[in-house]
Design a protein around this ligand. Structure first.
Ligand code: FAD
Length: 392
């Protein structure tokens, strides 16, 4: 027999967007239920590089634009949360690097040096020299320039673990939630295996899964786009920490490297940037060969001969844009009694929850119902770190 749970807000999808919003809404007094069909964070979130961008990578063309401005205060929002003084208490969450860096292997930076030193970027980009350089660049063979960015890198599985703690008993697991539609076309409820959820508003934060949920509901807009990547993972015992964008000839980073801890004590370099964008249609072995050549050229003093290599094909799911370009900001679209959203960046989860809460206030949906009891219902697990799963 199916039981019915009533709640203020029902969220479908427990990645960074759904979990952050859930915690914010609970703190604001709303009753919430969040349904996840797999593991929490197991979509794009744990496959991300964990960089809490302040927008500098979007300014590599030499000017600030809407994207760089919208995202600029995200690092400080997250840092406040990590210090326990922000909108959510993320104290204790593992910070992998207090800074992300930008490095130029040769003279390419010369065009951008003036821009980086400009008033607009003061405090957001600082050039490092000598002993201040990260250890990975401390080699006589290194001839480039390194800039420290006001951005940080987080251990995303640990962020997800903490957000799941903040969710209390609001999390539900169901491998095929079904949207029920009433005669007016509104969402009448969400049907799980043995439970029906009825909410005052429904929020879709299912990442790539949002497209199928909208189809299930019978709604065509907003449309979604996928921007594919093929990331490269390199695992070894002696890999030094490296958190940096490497500049190439184009306004996009040639390579973006982050470093992650593996369960067996080894470290994994996770390689994105143009390598991963352009490698989408390559066979994994071919892309790995290219990544080896790139690293051999850029950091020839690092011995990668004993490392394990693999690749990960993954899509970024976002609201559709003309020309498949990257959207500038978190996206929230009200549709009937639902709110459809994509954060477009992990870093923008606080921005997404601001937009959601503003929209709920605009629609005069204030906290009203008490929290439903979910003690006997299945609860989703937190996704395992990618660096462990990919090398098993
Ligand atoms: P997801 O994390 O995909 O979560 C959606 C959840 O919904 C999943 O858990 C899924 O199982 C669930 N779901 C799907 N369908 C259903 C359904 N029908 N019912 C119930 N649940 C469902 N951003 C940054 O800011 N910094 C970075 O360094 C960064 N690096 C990235 C690197 C890569 C390789 C990629 C792919 C993205 C990166 N991003 C980064 C972007 C960032 O990862 C995403 O914008 C963000 O994680 C999206 O979060 P989300 O919660 O919307 O989606």
């Amino acid at each position: 027999m199916s039981t019915t749970l009533d709640t203020d807000i029902c969220i479908i999808g427990g990645g960074i967007a759904g979990l952050w919003l859930n915690a914010r809404l609970r703190k604001a007094g709303y009753s919430t239920l969040l349904v996840e069909r797999g593991a929490l964070g197991g979509g794009q979130s744990v496959k991300s590089q964990g960089i809490i961008h302040g927008g500098i990578k979007y300014a590599l063309g030499g000017k600030l634009n809407a994207a760089t401005e919208a995202i600029a205060d995200m690092p400080s929002r997250w840092r406040d949360c990590l210090a326990g003084t922000g909108e959510l208490d993320l104290s204790g969450v593992r910070v992998l690097s207090q800074h992300h860096y930008l490095w130029s292997p040769g003279s390419l930076i010369s065009n951008l040096a003036g821009f980086f030193a400009s008033k607009a970027l003061r405090g957001r980009v600082d050039q490092l020299k000598g002993k201040a350089l990260p250890t990975v660049f401390n080699d006589p063979g290194f001839k480039g320039k390194v800039y420290q960015l006001g951005e940080l890198v987080l251990d995303v599985p640990d962020v997800i673990r903490r957000l799941a703690e903040l969710a209390g008993d609001s999390l539900l697991s169901d491998n095929n939630p079904h949207i029920l539609r009433d005669d007016n076309g509104d969402i009448a409820g969400v049907q799980l295996a043995n439970t029906r959820i009825q909410a005052r508003r429904y929020v879709l934060t299912a990442g790539e899964g949002t497209e199928a949920l909208l189809q299930d509901w019978g709604v065509k807009e907003p449309a979604m786009q996928r921007r594919p990547l093929q990331m490269v993972l390199v695992k070894g015992t002696d890999l030094p920490p490296l958190y940096a964008h490497c500049l190439g000839a184009s306004p996009k980073p040639r390579l973006t490297v982050t470093t992650h801890p593996c369960e067996d004590g080894q470290w994994c370099w996770y390689l994105g940037g143009e390598l991963a964008e352009q490698g989408v249609n390559q066979a994994p072995d071919q892309l790995i060969e290219q990544a080896r050549r790139e690293l051999g050229e850029l950091l020839p003093w690092i011995d990668l001969s004993e490392c394990q290599w693999t690749t990960l094909p993954v899509n970024r799911a976002e609201p559709a844009q003309s020309g498949l370009v990257r959207p500038d900001n978190a996206y929230v679209q009200p549709v009937r009694n639902a709110l459809i959203s994509w954060p477009t960046k992990l870093a923008l989860a606080p921005n997404l929850s601001d937009l959601m809460i503003q929209e709920l206030q605009r629609q005069q949906v204030a906290p009203a119902l008490s929290q439903a009891t979910t003690a006997d219902l299945p609860r989703p697990r937190v996704a395992e770190p990618l660096w462990d799963v990919c090398f098993r």
